[in-house]
Design a protein around this ligand. Sequence first.
Ligand SMILES: NC(=O)c1ccc[n+]([C@@H]2O[C@H](COP(=O)([O-])OP(=O)(O)OC[C@H]3O[C@@H](n4cnc5c(N)ncnc54)[C@H](OP(=O)(O)O)[C@@H]3O)[C@@H](O)[C@H]2O)c1
Length: 313
Amino acid sequence: MIKTLEKRKFPVGKLTLLASARSAGKTLPYMGEEIPIQELKEDSFGGVDIALFSAGGSISKQYAPHAVSAGAVVVDNSSAFRMDDTVPLVVPEINGDDIKKSRGIIANPNCTTAITLMALWPLHVAFRVKRVIASSYQAVSGTGAQAIEELRQQVAALASGQPIQKKVYPHQIAFNVLPHVDSFLETGYTKEEMKMQNEGRRIMHHPTFKASVTCVRVPVYRAHSVAVNAEFERPVSLDKARAVLSQAPGLDVVDEPGNALYPLPLNCAEKDNCEVGRLRYDCALDNGLAFWVAGDQLLKGAALNAVQIAERI
Ligand SMILES: NC(=O)c1ccc[n+]([C@@H]2O[C@H](COP(=O)([O-])OP(=O)(O)OC[C@H]3O[C@@H](n4cnc5c(N)ncnc54)[C@H](OP(=O)(O)O)[C@@H]3O)[C@@H](O)[C@H]2O)c1
């Protein structure tokens, strides 16, 4: 988030950095200066106009109301308020105008949902989506800083013949894939898997949108990928689909399979735009399109989207 504010030349008057007591006293660089980190407290928000929250749902629930009472607008990266009808859930390219309805808190969507919708939304506008079936390939940085370290240590341990340690994931993540992201619901889906339908409905203003998703954690450091099969109400055309995707803001079409060109998480890491490719008629759905979308979930799925919301504010 700090790097994104810097890169986009956000008009910051004063940057206040808040974290846990563990980080208090450390510094982080911003615009050539070292800014000290302070411990988050209920009275931390005096004089703050915009507060970007990204410390997990329980911290958001506890402290966002204090930020709002102090006069700040909160952009919250956690899932705490995403399904609250009084809180806009926003991808600026899709429903930026919802920001005007805010009563002080604006929610930043789930990363896999935001990245998928960057490609699905323009297709929905053209053909009106009914339902999607999707599988995600999610990077370990989606779980946070400790998970990045876990993959790094497991790769190093395995390369030198040492036993691996696991704390963050229930199984070895190096050289493995885990069909398990977030906690399981009674239906057998995970919470993460249901976010695409639940959050997608709010963001696209499309209350009957359906999404059956399997979320998979893969040993990739950064950038999520999603294989999507989408069924539409109107007849689809590949030419029109390609045309609307190539004009969509925040999205690059990378689709020359004959030259082995398609979106790759390694190419999307640290890149603002998401990428879409492998576009084809779906052979198993009526009015269906299949595609592969990838994007940096720390950027479009988190920091960039939050800063874009702040820019709209
Ligand atoms: N990673 C992603 O791709 C992604 C994408 C979208 C949304 N999100 C959401 O973003 C949030 C943070 O995730 P993350 O992946 O960035 O996690 P992370 O790397 O573990 O970072 C968590 C941050 O929260 C701070 N924090 C923890 N406990 C705190 C406390 N008691 N008081 C104040 N600050 C505290 C930590 O500060 P210390 O270093 O001082 O502990 C750290 O800066 C989560 O809600 C997550 O769901 C993450």
